[in-house]
Design a protein around this ligand. Structure first.
Ligand SMILES: [Zn+2]
Length: 409
């Protein structure tokens, strides 16, 4: 399989560190609010990557964290720990429910940041010891980006001018360059949201959360790290700096990033009134499988234009495919036709070829749809037998192990 690696900026051949097992880390949501449709484009595609690896015969060890502490969460809870827990627990539930509804396979481990403060403190202490981090007069601990020579390599940004400043914000998604927070010292507005640790009273920064949890569950070096394109800078750039400064080894061998989603050609935003969650769309009368299908409708390195016309077409196509599949399962047919079997084998090979070429799921799904139409032709001409039907079902099931559209949604 070839994948486009953001760090090396080219398609490279995939090879796992361990034989037949892939260690896989994906950045999870910040649960200060409910993840929106755009977030789910990324999560659905991450699911496609994981399913593709399984299709190709790998086992996958998948960790997806839950960010349940960062500036936005503290603001939403107005400095009240009880409220914070209530908000983050509720939104985590919604996130997991939406993931299941969209046919996303659950990760093996779904660690919460607030349960791994100890591991984060340990990392920060090591960075302080190595003189790659420093404490300011208020007790905040910053990572000194000038201490890490590879800083900016992932995003391809030159920082010479901007460097030297400090970024005090710790919002989920922040794009400013400069020394970034590892530990945020407690201040009045934080109320009773803090941890008392060797670093003082406060809480970890967002970036260190992922470095600590990925290292804890997957080791110092793992195979694939994924996230939305918004994560490239600064989150993933910062993760690399933190982790590699401590371990001295490359954090992840492949960095895969998913581009944005547009709604009817426009950026999704609350001010434009086109901001949707998965449940909003479902309430408008669309099935979750059709939503999943639509979210897979474009190559992950291109923006996906989500339109209601497209969603409607996907819903119709899926209805057709499901009906064909159940007819194949139940049907009684005619004389066996070796050409029909050959057609299935060829379709499966073509399907695989698309996935192996930088995970081209939209074209792979195209192969699946035209295969079912071809089968329908054989049936109409009565050139199809019961054993052909059994084989065709196997082909569909194998393809659907990646698509997750026919049986699981
Ligand atoms: Zn992360």
């Amino acid at each position: 399989m070839y994948v486009y690696d953001t760090l090396s900026r080219k398609k490279i051949k995939f090879k796992s560190i361990r034989k037949n097992v892939v260690y896989f880390y994906t950045c999870g949501p910040s649960v200060y609010s409910t993840p929106h449709l755009g977030n789910f484009r990324t999560y659905v595609f991450e699911d496609v990557v994981k399913r593709t690896l399984k299709f190709l015969g790998y086992e996958v060890r998948h960790v997806m964290n839950i960010t349940d502490i960062e500036d936005k969460a503290v603001r939403a809870a107005k400095g009240n720990l009880k409220k914070l827990l209530k908000i983050t627990q509720n939104n985590t539930k919604v996130f997991i429910r939406n993931s299941n509804e969209l046919g996303i396979l659950p990760p093996d481990i779904r660690p919460k940041a607030t349960r791994h403060i100890k591991q984060m403190v340990k990392l920060i202490k090591q960075l302080l010891k190595n003189k790659m981090a420093y404490k300011d007069e208020k007790g905040n601990v910053f990572f000194d980006v000038s201490s890490f020579s590879g800083y900016g390599r992932l995003s391809g940004t030159r920082f010479k001018r901007e460097l030297g400043g400090r970024v005090y914000k710790d919002d989920y998604y922040q794009f400013e360059a400069g020394d970034f927070l590892l530990w945020k010292a407690w201040k009045k507005g934080d109320g009773d949201i803090y941890w008392k640790t060797e670093l003082g009273k406060g809480r970890p920064g967002w970036h260190i959360e992922c470095s600590a949890m990925s290292m804890y569950y997957l080791g110092e070096q793992f195979d694939i790290h994924m996230g939305g394109i918004d994560n490239v800078f600064s989150h993933h750039e910062n993760e690399i700096a933190q982790s590699e400064s401590v371990t001295g080894s490359k954090l992840a061998n492949y960095w895969i990033h998913v581009r944005h989603l547009l709604i009817e050609g426009k950026k999704m935003s609350k001010s434009l009134g086109n901001f949707y969650t998965v449940e909003d769309i479902h309430r408008m009368g669309y099935r979750f499988d059709a939503i999943r299908f639509t979210l897979m409708g474009e190559h992950y390195r291109k923006r996906l234009n989500f339109t209601f016309k497209g969603l409607e077409e996907c819903a119709q196509e899926l209805k057709y495919c499901k009906a064909r599949f159940s007819a194949l399962k139940r049907g009684r047919f005619w004389k066996e036709n070796p050409v029909a079997d050959k057609r299935g084998t060829d379709a499966l090979l073509e399907f695989k070829k698309y996935l192996e070429n930088d995970l081209d799921i939209s074209n792979a799904i195209g192969v699946f749809c035209s295969y079912l139409r071809k089968v329908e032709e054989f049936i109409k001409k009565k050139q199809f037998g019961d054993r052909n039907a059994k084989r065709a079902c196997e082909v569909v099931e194998k393809m659907d192990s990646v698509m997750g559209l026919i049986e699981e949604c």
